[in-house]
Design a protein around this ligand. Sequence first.
Ligand code: SF4
Length: 282
Amino acid sequence: MGEQVSAERVTQAKPPKTAGGGKKKTGSRPETRLAMVRRARRINRELAEVYYYAHPELDFDNPFQLLVATVLSAQTTDLRVNQTTPALFAAYPTPEEMAAADPERLEELIRPTGFFRNKAKSLLGLSAALRDRFGGEVPDSLEDMVSLPGVGRKTAHVVLGNAFGRPGLTVDTHFGRLVRRWRLTEQTDPEKVEAEIAGIIPRSEWTMFSHRVVFHGRRICHSRKPACGACPITHLCPSYGEGETDPEKAKKLLKYEMGGLPGQRLKPPADYPGQPAPPPGA
Ligand code: SF4
């Protein structure tokens, strides 16, 4: 049921207008900063209606699990991580136990996520740092988080925003691509993107805005073939037409619950309108 509701919301794409987005009139004036800020906030509000169920797409029960899952998510899908972590956390449920892990066994457990030797080194290093410097607890400040081996601003914001309720903008590849398509920034360096968007979107919205943007990037506004003809915010997007505009063809490009397919989480939140992801080997 929920799946259909969600697909209908999406495919009722509003026609592009000239103001703020869509096809621009030749010779039209450049958008003012005030108009751009208003448009950005409207994008956030409209995405909040479409993705009312937006959430982190990594399964976790506590900050340590989210930190480990986020480190593992580099260069792979959240689905692959979610299918890998149940066995990992059963073997090493705490930083102390993970820090004392046999490296080869740890590598074997995380092998499906790729780059498993480097990732195992990161997990051993950050678990030892949590054990030795933070009493076995994940710290709840950005400064302490980024002092952990293998933890950058993106990972820190994911954990702070979703495990500790501290607002953070998570600039990943989807986020950067979409805010540039929306012409909210021209920056390509993630830290500069973060700083510019932080000046546009209210702080209290940072975490959820990040989720909504990533949801939109994964489901509709794909890297190579954005499904513009099935996009609910065409009237706010200056890049309308970069992808498939035919509604029927665009609908076929939709992913996860929007396309009637399973999501990435084995344990999605209760309001998730699609199907949970299958466990490994299912
Ligand atoms: S799918 Fe197309 S119209 Fe929608 S946000 Fe992406 S580029 Fe813009």
